[in-house]
Design a binder for this molecule. Structure first.
Ligand SMILES: *[C@@H]1O[C@H](CO)[C@@H](O)[C@H](O)[C@H]1NC(C)=O
Ligand SMILES: *[C@@H]1O[C@H](CO)[C@@H](O)[C@H](O)[C@H]1NC(C)=O
Length: 453
């Protein structure tokens, strides 16, 4: 349903054909067709059958390499989640009970910054172009929506680590884990690369292993993750759809694996919880709380599982001046009402969850024909800037999860990923494929930003 997010960061680097892989990039593995040699000072090091990486220094594998006993993806049982592989470092990270953002500076994705800078350069109005360019300094999350992007995480973490060393300012990298098999079971625009019928669960476990292998190399850089937008919310309300009911057990096993593995390397996780107009309906609150609390407990109640992310890639205000008419019938007409309703239910179920709320595209309100409309909503503007000054003890941070300007889905009805939501009258058209840059949309987000840029 949501963005397919980013092209690979490697697009910024020299093309594969005549290049060596850069530090921390992939240099081999089953199915890999890129470069197999590494830049000077690094060695192509096998992490598993599917993944080799350019690691600085000697050819002997570093202590952080996953142990040889890590099961290859094909041997992963399909019904029993495997136990955590032990790490090579031996030290188990300890979760801070505080807000994960406190004391940290958020790392800016160089990929999004580059997209924004290129987009601003195309705007002829000088005042608007300057406002557009300023968006490059506002932190968003980076979406890892295909396995071949996982190597980019190492590039970002290495960059963040060097900023941390040179400035003394601790860095926090924000990521979205988004590659479930049969992804987006209730919509079409963000269909993923893995299918349950074709080894999807094992492929997903491998995807998580790749992210974890990168994160392990940089224990001093903090990582915060949003886990699988829409997935658990679909299990609350859309099990009547065949694709969602088929996916139920696999989604649960995959999210469980992601939470456990990421917690083991010190990543702070927030599970996606839809938004006020989805799970915020009174009838959905209690089933949602039960599901999220169960997933939390099944993943060992790790203190690294901080809570839930709401309004990801959506348009709801945190605090609406007045209810949008489309919210009629739901007393939880904005995100703060939703969070204030869900938070105590989670507490009762034993999950002391806190929240983060996406406000990246929530600057303008009362734009939609129906609350469920989600695709490239016309007239949307950038919203409240990311801040930990949230006005609510339940909310750790206002964030921008969706990188504004990347398309939600194509309006081309001949495309295999066409979702009819993207051709509704409140959707901006013509729109390109999900995740690709949508210049006209970005320009509107800039001009309608509230507060203004
Ligand atoms: C990464 O994977 C996606 C989906 O499988 C594919 O469309 C894309 O071409 C791949 N990109 C690269 C750089 O290999
Ligand atoms: C729409 O998608 C079809 C199928 O992918 C493609 O052939 C066609 O060129 C696209 N049309 C536009 C206007 O992009």
């Amino acid at each position: 349903m949501k963005t397919a997010a980013l092209y690979a960061f490697v697009a910024l680097l020299p093309t594969f054909a005549n290049a060596q892989a850069q530090t921390w990039q992939q240099c081999g593995g089953i199915g890999w067709s890129g470069p197999t040699t590494c830049v000077s000072g690094t060695t192509c090091t096998k992490l598993n059958d599917y993944y080799s990486q350019c690691i600085p220094g000697a050819s002997s594998a570093p202590a952080t390499t996953p142990p040889a006993t890590t099961p290859p993806p094909t041997s992963v049982p399909t019904s029993v989640p495997p136990t955590s592989p032990t790490t090579g470092t031996g030290s188990t990270p300890t979760a801070s009970p505080n807000n994960p953002w406190t004391g940290y500076q958020v790392y800016l994705s160089p990929f999004y910054a580059q997209e924004v800078t290129a987009a601003a350069a195309q705007i002829s109005d000088k005042t608007l172009a300057a406002k557009a360019a300023s968006v490059a300094k506002i932190p968003t999350f980076t979406w890892f929506d295909t396995i071949n992007k996982t190597a980019d995480l190492g590039t970002y973490l290495a960059d963040a680590q060097s900023i941390q060393k040179s400035t003394g300012q601790k860095q926090l990298v924000q990521i979205v884990v988004y590659d479930l098999p049969d992804r987006d079971c209730a919509a079409k625009a963000s269909n993923g690369e893995f299918s349950i019928a074709n080894n999807g669960q094992a492929n997903y476990f491998n995807y998580i292993d790749q992210l974890v292998a990168q994160i392990k190399q940089f224990p001093d850089v903090r990582v915060v993750a949003v886990i699988e937008p829409d997935s658990l919310a679909n299990l609350v309300t859309n099990l009547n759809l065949q694709k969602c009911s088929n996916a139920q057990q696999t989604y649960l096993a995959c999210v469980n694996y992601a939470l456990k593995q990421l917690s083991a390397v010190g990543v702070y996780s927030y599970m996606d919880a839809g938004h006020a107009g989805w799970l915020g309906w009174p009838a959905n609150l209690s089933p949602a709380a039960q599901l999220f609390a169960k997933v939390y407990k099944d993943a060992g109640s790790s203190p690294f599982i901080k809570g839930l992310a709401t309004n990801v890639a959506n348009y709801n205000a945190l605090q609406a001046a007045s209810p949008d008419p489309i919210t009629q019938g739901n007393s939880n007409y904005d995100e703060i009402h939703y969070i204030n309703a869900l938070g105590p239910l989670l507490q009762q179920q034993g999950f002391p969850a806190t929240f983060i709320v996406d406000q990246g595209r929530s600057g303008q309100q009362n734009l939609r024909q129906q609350w469920g409309d989600w695709c490239n909503i016309k007239g949307a503007g950038f919203g409240t800037r990311p801040t930990t000054n949230t006005g609510s003890s339940l909310i750790d941070s206002i964030v921008w999860v969706k990188p504004g300007g990347e398309c939600d889905g194509t309006s081309n009805s001949s495309s295999p990923r066409f979702d009819s939501t993207c051709s509704l009258s409140d959707a901006d058209q013509p729109a390109p494929e999900a995740g690709t840059w949508f210049q006209e949309y970005f320009t509107t987000l800039v001009s309608k930003a509230n507060p203004p840029l």
